[in-house]
Design a binder for this molecule. Structure first.
Ligand code: ADP
Ligand code: MG
Length: 247
């Protein structure tokens, strides 16, 4: 058996603000095998983002173990975490987090800043083409629709070929059609063997994944396979055609 891509054991995170303590995660144990597509669900405040930020090496746990591709990362310092993040993790946020003054192409090329082969823009264009945006390469984020901005952000997350793709409510700011377009891409990546953890509070979005993990009060309360996931491409062709705000 190959190493699981993610193995967390009794992972806890407590936030302290002055005298107030919030136990955001309480002894969460979970294993994710390479190639899985997991939806993390749960009510607001249940610890979903805290969990994803820990998995994404954006933060450190208060206690517990986290092995990423077999390497214990729970005790690493900020520089070491940043290094792991840039090599192994692609993160997609609800609010896209694109640089407003940079073009779509420049945004996608950003994580390649340390690559010195001079082919950063070729590589960025290749990925932008994969998400269907080759004709928007020179557009700034405010010239793109929400769905196009999120697809740009997904391209940026993919450009370094991470082993793990994490998405925190990636469809939360999108209409149904743009949301399904994002899910088409995620399902396609899953088919090609990428490992994906998607946080959402929308049941229909979660049902595109192949395993559903539910959080409540900082704990996992259920963990089940999704026997027949919804097909984003099928949903998309059934949706009524709307005007595209960015043309
Ligand atoms: P979810 O993503 O499921 O809505 P979060 O992981 O964002 O939940 O939050 C879990 C709990 O931790 C909430 O009670 C939230 O208020 C608290 N929390 C999250 N981030 C912080 C922080 N930086 N400081 C203090 N409390 C936080
Ligand atoms: Mg959240």
């Amino acid at each position: 058996m190959p190493e699981p891509i993610v193995q967390v054991i009794e992972l806890s995170k407590t936030y302290r603000n002055g005298d107030i303590e919030v136990k955001a995660l309480q002894k969460v144990t979970l294993t994710v095998e390479a190639g899985e597509f997991i939806a993390v669900m749960g009510p607001s405040g249940s610890g979903k983002s805290t969990f994803l930020n820990l998995i994404g090496c954006l933060d450190r746990p208060s206690s517990g173990s986290y092995r990423l591709n077999g390497e214990e990362v729970s005790q690493l310092n900020d520089n070491q975490l940043a290094e792991i993040r840039s090599r192994q993790i692609g993160f997609v946020f609800q609010t896209f987090n694109l640089l407003p003054r940079a073009t779509a192409l420049q945004n996608v090329a950003l994580p390649l800043i340390y690559r010195r082969d001079g082919r950063q823009l070729d590589r960025a264009l290749e990925i932008l083409t994969m998400v269907g945006l080759s004709d928007k390469a020179n557009f700034k984020p405010n010239q793109l629709s929400g769905g196009q901005q999120q697809r740009t952000a997904i391209a940026r997350a993919l450009v370094n070929e991470p082993s793990l793709i994490l998405a925190d409510e990636p469809t939360g700011n999108l209409d149904t059609k743009a949301g399904e377009e994002v899910m088409v891409i995620l399902q396609d990546l899953h088919r090609r063997g990428k490992t994906i953890i998607l946080v959402t509070h929308e049941e229909t979005i979660a049902e595109h994944a192949s395993r559903m993990v539910r959080f409540r009060d900082g704990r996992i309360v259920s963990d089940q396979p999704i026997i027949s996931p919804l097909s984003a491409i099928e949903i998309l062709v059934k949706l009524p055609v709307e005007a595209d705000p960015a043309g």
